[in-house]
Design a protein around this ligand. Structure first.
Ligand SMILES: [Zn+2]
Length: 248
């Protein structure tokens, strides 16, 4: 049995047994863990809080056979106002979904912790657009996971992007130019103006984002290409796991 103290962001809270909750936490140093929070479903609990996501806190846990139980929580940032806007709630849910589904448990992900923390901060304090926050986090997550994108030249023929279309090739896991898109019969296709928007989002620094920032991005098109990128990311992940298992 060991005691751990760490900063954590609650990304999911599920009811457990009659009075308890299971909290999914993205922590510093330990990555994602699920911890039991006893009696937290009581109205008058000793925690004096409901611990719903997102919430930045300092936690003390004890671990026994990889089961974690929370013994202390200090709320550092409750992000209270995020719950007042439906759009912001959806943005938070989408970020939590990525952490929940696409990260391995107990794998240190400190960079991801800071990206999530600063995206939540920018969404709440700088009141940036909820769409911006959603896609910024989704794209930075890919980047952080080693899924890098090349914006200057086509991955197949190495020429700079020009003409009308470009696409994302699931075979090469990279962006392809107009000619290569047509030659390889790749769908869906995207207009080149989207490439600049995607690149801006990819290289944005949240420190430079102004109050109430929004960009004139076409978010429905960004959503469309993001689906392709995640398909590529997942197929790459499956490949890695497959390759690993052939070694074992
Ligand atoms: Zn090309």
């Amino acid at each position: 049995m060991s005691t751990i103290q760490t900063s954590a962001i609650i990304t999911k809270a599920s009811p457990y047994r009659e009075h308890d909750k299971l909290l999914t936490l993205l922590t510093l140093n330990r990555g994602k863990i699920v911890a039991l929070c006893k009696k937290s479903r009581h109205t008058l609990n000793r925690w004096n809080s409901s611990f719903e996501p997102p919430l930045l806190c300092h936690v003390q846990l004890y671990e026994k056979n990889q089961y974690y139980t929370i013994t202390e929580i200090d709320v550092e940032e409750p992000y209270l106002t995020l719950g007042r806007s439906y759009q912001n709630l959806l943005a938070v849910q989408s970020m939590a979904h990525i952490v929940d589904h696409f990260t391995m448990p107990e794998m240190e992900q400190n960079a991801l912790f800071y990206i999530l923390q600063s995206t939540l901060y920018t969404l709440e304090k700088k009141e940036c657009s909820a769409f911006f926050a959603t896609y910024y986090f989704a794209l930075q997550f890919l980047k952080e996971s080693g899924f890098t994108l090349q914006f200057k030249t086509c991955a197949a023929c190495n020429t700079t992007f020009s003409e009308k279309w470009f696409s994302f090739s699931l075979q090469q896991n990279q962006l392809l130019c107009h000619q290569c898109t047509l030659q390889n019969h790749i769908y869906p296709r995207f207009e080149r103006s989207l490439l600049t928007q995607l690149e801006t989002l990819y290289y944005s620094s949240l420190n430079e984002i102004n109050q109430n920032a929004d960009f004139l991005f076409n978010y429905s098109e960004i959503d469309r290409i993001m689906k392709e990128l995640y398909k590529g990311f997942l197929s790459k992940e499956c490949l890695t796991i497959h390759h690993l298992s052939s070694f074992l």
